[in-house]
Design a protein around this ligand. Sequence first.
Ligand code: AMP
Ligand code: MN
Ligand code: MN
Ligand code: MN
Length: 284
Amino acid sequence: MPQIYDLHSHSTASDGALSPTDLVLRAHEYGVTSLALTDHDTVAGLAEAHTTATATGINLIPGIELSTSWQNKCLHIVGLGIDPEYPLLREATRNLQVMRMERAEKIADKLEKKRIPGALEAVKAAAGDGMITRSHFADFLLSQFHVSTQQEAFDRYLGAGKAAFVATTWSDLELAVSWITGSGGVAVLAHPLRYKLTASWMKRLLPAFKEAGGQGIEIITGRYNADEIKTVTGYATRFELAGSVGSDFHNPANPWIELGRLAPLPQSITPVWKLLGNFNQDYL
Ligand code: AMP
Ligand code: MN
Ligand code: MN
Ligand code: MN
């Protein structure tokens, strides 16, 4: 049976549209055999996803996508095969939830100054027990007709330097990687071209990431074209990183990014799943 990996996805535990159960069912429907649920800064969806995965016969890889800071840049690190009970990771997610709530209050204040009231109540209601993200604010702005697309919400209000942007110092990259590796997981640099780093910054970042214990880089994501895949394959080869494959699926309403609809990893690259430990070895 062909194995289809999708090692980056979101549920309602952060800014995804589907509950962990519905996400796992959709992944199964689209032929995914190994799915990593990697919500922003939380492991809260993993237990439910695991239950559904077991019932469905899909291999669930417990994951997280940690927001980190490195040299004043916000970088996302995906942890795969983590232990969600690992105390340092649990403590980190609790702290990140507080940070995200405080940031949300500041974003809402800034929107209020732009004569857009009610954002905090709306994003809290939408996020429920989950992590509040800028996507929740984008949805609110869209629902109130302040913008006509999510992208416009980021371009006008939420993106770096825009009217309602709140600069945040996340966990240090090195520390975040240590929570992942300390819990038995593999740390992967998510969507490496999204940060718009120059080649010389990448040449500083990747050794620092490796030095911290990072082992993988996302080569195939829902958004990369052939040239971009080639660029990241070059980085993986040069810096001896394993390659990961993940859609970064958030919402079925976005037709470009579907679960499991991903190009294969280049043959020359070590797949990151070869580094993952002891989940359901039948699938690995
Ligand atoms: P946060 O982690 O709260 O800063 O929110 C970041 C999330 O917002 C990302 O994970 C994406 O889901 C979403 N996002 C960031 N930039 C954009 C954008 N330009 N358009 C649409 N969604 C975006
Ligand atoms: Mn997101
Ligand atoms: Mn991300
Ligand atoms: Mn993501």
